[in-house]
Design a protein around this ligand. Structure first.
Ligand SMILES: Nc1nc2c(ncn2[C@@H]2O[C@H](COP(=O)(O)OP(=O)(O)OP(=O)(O)O)[C@@H](O)[C@H]2O)c(=O)[nH]1
Ligand SMILES: [Mg+2]
Length: 295
């Protein structure tokens, strides 16, 4: 499957949930009743109130300016209105870069690292994985499997080791071998477990002290949790400053609208989306392709 057909298939549930409704509520005129119905549809598709209000304001302005009458013209206007929400300033990428991948249990961190390795490799970058999840039994084995699949190096310790020490070793190794990309896996944690959150701060400090290349902290969010993902962004951002979001499991959910809420409410860019379990099922987030797939 090609790039676009894959996103299209992955986002089908979101599209059906959201935009089936739009055609249904359109009754020939863009009047107050239509916009009220539209507002309701957006909010019930996991788009936050803030983001919905802005989309509606944007689309009203565009519709007026362009004197829009038909549903097809309106869909174009809505695409434009939604794209405005997803514009976030983002820094250029530079290498070498160490990426710390954080998030609650089971969201897809380890899988995302496997997929990212392949992505970076295909861009000609050398990659080192660091198994910073020493908490869960078999976590390092799972990452090792991915390192084999992607054909990249991995630094790991035994279960129960100090994650700070693994990260330290990993970074030294990456420096010595001039790796372009370091991907650091971390243990899944509950937001309310303060000891694990403290551990994350420690990992962060080790990177600060050891690494002089670029660094990014990405949080992985499971799209199927919808608005619940938002509180995770808030809590992790206090512990470790977040530079980007990897939104996984979009293939299994109609809650893709949560993208708009995240970007609008936290101003953190969505960097990648996960649309399946395979190594090729992670794509660089492209606002235009995303919107075209759901409208
Ligand atoms: N359908 C689908 N499944 C996914 C996606 N990303 C991850 N998964 C699945 O989600 C499950 C959990 O993935 P992991 O990568 O182990 O998650 P994790 O965050 O590392 O989990 P912990 O280390 O236990 O916190 C696995 O069964 C993955 O195959 C995705 O984009 N789509
Ligand atoms: Mg994991």
């Amino acid at each position: 499957m090609g790039f676009f057909s894959k996103i299209f298939a992955g986002l089908k549930k979101t599209k059906d949930a959201l935009f089936g409704k739009i055609s249904a509520i359109f009754h020939g005129e863009l009047d107050d009743e239509f916009f009220e119905d539209l507002e309701y549809s957006l909010i019930s598709s996991d788009i936050s109130v803030n983001a919905t209000t802005e989309i509606i304001d944007n689309v009203k302005k565009i519709s007026k300016k362009k004197k829009i009458k038909t549903i097809d013209e309106f869909k174009d206007a809505l695409r434009e209105a939604m794209a405005e929400i997803l514009e976030v300033e983002d820094e250029e990428e530079s290498y070498p870069c160490a990426y710390t991948i954080v998030g609650v249990n089971g969201v897809g961190k380890t899988t995302a690292i496997g997929k990212l390795s392949k992505n970076f490799k295909s861009l000609g970058k050398s990659v080192l994985m660091v198994a910073g999840d020493t908490f869960r039994a078999a976590a390092a084995d799972q990452l090792t499997e991915w390192s084999k699949r992607a054909g990249v190096r991995i630094v790991k310790y035994q279960e129960g080791a100090d994650p700070g020490a693994v990260v330290y070793d990993g970074l030294l190794s990456a420096k010595a071998k001039h790796e372009d990309v370091v991907l650091i896996d971390t243990a899944g944690r509950l937001q309310n477990k303060s000891n694990l959150m403290e551990e994350l701060k420690k990992i962060n400090k080790v990177i600060d002290k050891t690494w002089d290349g670029a660094r990014k902290n990405y949080i992985v969010l499971d799209a199927t949790t919808g608005q619940n993902a938002l509180s995770q962004v808030e809590i992790f951002n206090e512990i470790i400053p977040l530079d980007g979001i990897i939104l996984t499991k979009l293939d299994g959910t109609a809650k893709g609208g949560v993208v708009f809420s995240i970007v609008k409410d936290y101003n953190i860019p969505v960097k990648y989306i996960g649309i399946g379990e395979g190594i090729d099922d992670l794509q660089k987030f492209d606002a235009k392709a995303f919107i075209d797939s759901i409208i």
